[in-house]
Write a protein that binds this ligand. Structure first.
Ligand code: SF4
Ligand code: SF4
Length: 194
């Protein structure tokens, strides 16, 4: 018989708040240094696409794009590859791109699966990042991608089970010795990927 997962999303949120009290202090990164390539959100989070659209960033649906170029870009973990329209035009950055869902395991995009999601197609900084102020311009907007709001521990439910990932781009996480072991100890029933 399958055992029920005891840990809830609220437990993880509380854990992150506790971590923040101890480690965030005068963090220079302010939860986002903007240099994130791996920012994406689910197709059910239309509000995040609308938020970027309001910032003047074009949003491309998969049906408008050359799917092979989109997949090449995703498989490079958003680092390289040129996304093209169906007619072969390269997209200008920044843009929001709809792409086929892909499992993200151990820091790599692995297997295609059903459905689509959205991701930022950017050169370096997220278009919502204010380089002069070193902070996210939309930090208080509830439409920010879920991954941004959860940072630095992101999590989602798959087949009813919470899976989680600790983001080592967070200076506090890097400073906190043994934090991954502590997470595993506190949430032994959550699968942690890297
Ligand atoms: S980046 Fe990490 S250490 Fe900095 S404010 Fe965010 S959670 Fe805290
Ligand atoms: S929306 Fe804000 S928190 Fe999210 S990646 Fe962009 S600048 Fe960072």
């Amino acid at each position: 018989m399958k055992t029920q997962q005891k840990t809830t999303e609220e437990d993880i949120q509380k854990w992150v708040m506790k971590f923040a009290l101890e480690y965030c202090g005068d963090c220079w990164a302010l939860c986002c240094n903007g240099q994130r390539f791996l920012i994406g959100w689910g197709s059910d989070e239309k509000q995040s696409s609308e938020l970027f659209s309001e910032l003047g960033i074009p949003v491309y649906r998969l049906e408008e794009l050359d799917e092979a170029s989109v997949k090449g870009w995703i498989k490079s973990d958003y680092f390289s590859g040129v996304v093209r329209t169906k007619s072969g035009e390269p997209l200008k950055k920044p843009a929001v791109v709809e792409h086929p869902n892909c499992d993200y395991i151990n820091g790599k995009h692995t297997k295609w699966r059903e459905g689509t999601a959205f991701a930022l197609y950017v050169e370096k900084f997220c278009p919502a990042y204010d380089e002069e102020q070193n902070k996210c311009k939309v930090h208080d907007d509830s439409r920010r991608p879920t991954g941004c709001k959860q940072y630095p521990v992101v999590y989602s439910r798959e087949n009813g089970i919470i899976k989680s990932q600790i983001k080592t781009s967070c200076p506090g996480m890097r400073r906190a010795e043994g934090i991954e072991d502590k997470f595993k100890e506190d949430f032994p029933d959550v699968e942690l990927s890297y």
